[in-house]
Write a protein that binds this ligand. Structure first.
Ligand code: ARG
Length: 469
């Protein structure tokens, strides 16, 4: 998948190469970089022509396994549409050292994914924007650097210096680094860029690079941020997110600047998706409180009925592994996960209902289960109430393994359900009613709070207007 996009970049010039590049996915690729591990040509080079970033320099950077991304709100990541559907996928927020959660990075999952509705319209990679809603928010330390996504179409100006970062290749066709890298490149006007890219550059794109090349983003940097850094009076920085790494003809070539999806052009998409679709807690969504608050906007913080613990330890090829749990009767997906960190134990809490049956379905896209080698297997287990695991697997399967289980009236995992007694039925009904009542009450309370907040804000604005008149 990561390779198929590089073909898009190549089409711009050598369309005959496409078939060659697209043949790559048949190789077994461990998160995108295995096939190039033996390649040592690029040793000594950086991002392309950049440097290893300092730890904490870009706390909003998100490592997405083959792509980069930007935390634009505690629960929202902005990246590239050409990176594909990320629903259920593991990402690392605040990533600095590749494939680790060292240096304060944290693991999250994309619970929802949306790409720009005009992606690919008016150009093959036009509107290369996507957003992912995280399963849990991350509050990064903004005391040194704060990220703001730019909505001003006059920013950046031609020749402005921008910083692009990522864990992508250090040279065209080269190796990838173990740490985050960044490089500074100047903005090229769309007009000049169009002359170098045979008029493929749209208003939704932004170009940056030197005439002589040498410094650029490259494969694997896609989706990541290019920012305009501004020093504040207090010595801190504000990084304006002005573009998403999108494509280029090769990397760091002469007269072939990197091409980015222009953030200001995605303003509506970002606001509508994050604020209305994702119900993000983003501060930029606060102003949108003109929309009536829905009771359903308030997500229950705790698990209503039963917490099912799912623990999955990956093998050396984590991205081949994916599992989901769905309701056996309604077929509704309860949770879906796909991994990025190798040989890592991942613990999840899934909210399930009493007196219901579910299917746990785990697949390996390569067909060797969770076993990279016969003696190097991952494993999984499912349990409730802290009891002994009820569903377990040693990872020794081929492409798929499924297990059916039920959760009884007490929250215990069982093979099949027995009929509820009339008394139990009444009790369960009563419990569920109490839960929904509690949820409604909480929602109402939140709605009132928000209304009050808005009222104070309006008052303040009125007061300010009085002064300026
Ligand atoms: N499409 C590439 C990716 O998937 C990013 C290419 C950026 N190229 C460039 N020359 N700036 O990672």
């Amino acid at each position: 998948m990561k390779y198929s996009f590089s073909s898009i970049a190549v089409t711009l010039v050598v369309s005959t190469l496409i078939s060659v590049v697209q043949a790559a996915p048949s190789l077994r690729i461990a998160d995108g970089d295995k096939s190039i591990q033996g390649d040592s040509v690029a040793l000594g080079l950086r991002i392309v022509g950049g440097d290893q970033s300092a730890q904490g320099d870009f706390p909003y950077f998100v490592e997405m396994g083959g792509c980069g991304g930007t935390l634009i709100a505690p629960d929202t990541v902005l990246f590239a549409a050409h990176c594909d559907d990320y629903t259920g996928r593991q990402v690392i927020v605040g990533a600095y050292e590749k494939k680790t959660v060292d240096h304060g990075a944290v693991i999250r999952y994309c619970d929802e994914w949306a790409k720009h509705s005009d992606y690919g319209i008016g150009g093959q990679v036009n509107n290369d924007f996507a957003l992912c809603k995280l399963d849990e928010p991350v509050f990064v330390d903004e005391s040194h650097v704060k990220l703001v996504w730019n909505e001003d179409s006059t920013v950046p100006a031609t020749d402005d210096d921008l910083i692009v970062m990522g864990m992508g290749r250090l040279a065209e066709g080269g190796n990838t680094p173990n740490f985050l890298h960044d490089v500074t490149v100047p903005v090229v006007s769309n007009e000049d860029c169009n002359s170098m890219y045979s008029n493929q550059i749209t208003g939704q794109m932004l170009c940056a690079g030197f005439p002589e090349g040498k410094k650029d983003s490259c494969q694997g940097d896609s989706g990541g941020p290019i920012v305009k850094r501004e020093l504040q009076d207090d010595g801190t920085f504000v990084d304006f997110h002005v573009g998403v790494v999108s494509f280029g003809d090769g990397c760091a070539r002469e007269n072939k600047p990197g091409v980015y999806a222009r953030t200001s052009a995605a303003s509506l998409f970002i606001r509508e998706t994050a604020c209305n679709e994702f119900n993000s807690i983003a501060s930029f969504c606060d102003e949108d409180s003109s929309k009536p608050i829905q009771i359903t906007d308030v997500v229950p913080v705790s698990c209503d009925e039963v917490e099912l613990d799912v623990s999955v330890t990956t093998d050396a090829y984590p991205s081949e592994t994916r599992w989901l749990i769905y309701d056996k009767k309604t077929k509704i997906n309860i949770m879906e996960r796909q991994y990025y960190l190798p040989k890592h134990q991942n613990d999840h809490t899934v909210c399930v209902k009493k007196h219901r049956c579910y299917i746990f379905d785990i697949t390996d896209s390569y067909g060797d289960g969770l076993c990279y080698q016969p003696d190097e297997c991952g494993s999984y287990l499912l349990r409730t109430l802290g009891e002994d695991p009820f569903v377990t697997g040693d990872g020794d399967f081929e492409t798929e393994e499924t297990a059916k289980f039920c959760v009884d009236f007490h929250g215990k995992m069982v093979n099949r359900l027995t009929k509820l007694t009339p008394k139990q039925k009444r009790k369960l009904k009563k419990q569920r009613r109490a839960i929904s009542k509690r949820a409604k009450k909480a929602a109402l309370k939140a709605a009132r709070k928000q209304a009050r907040k808005q009222a104070t804000k309006n008052e303040k604005e009125d007061a300010n207007n009085d002064i300026s008149e």
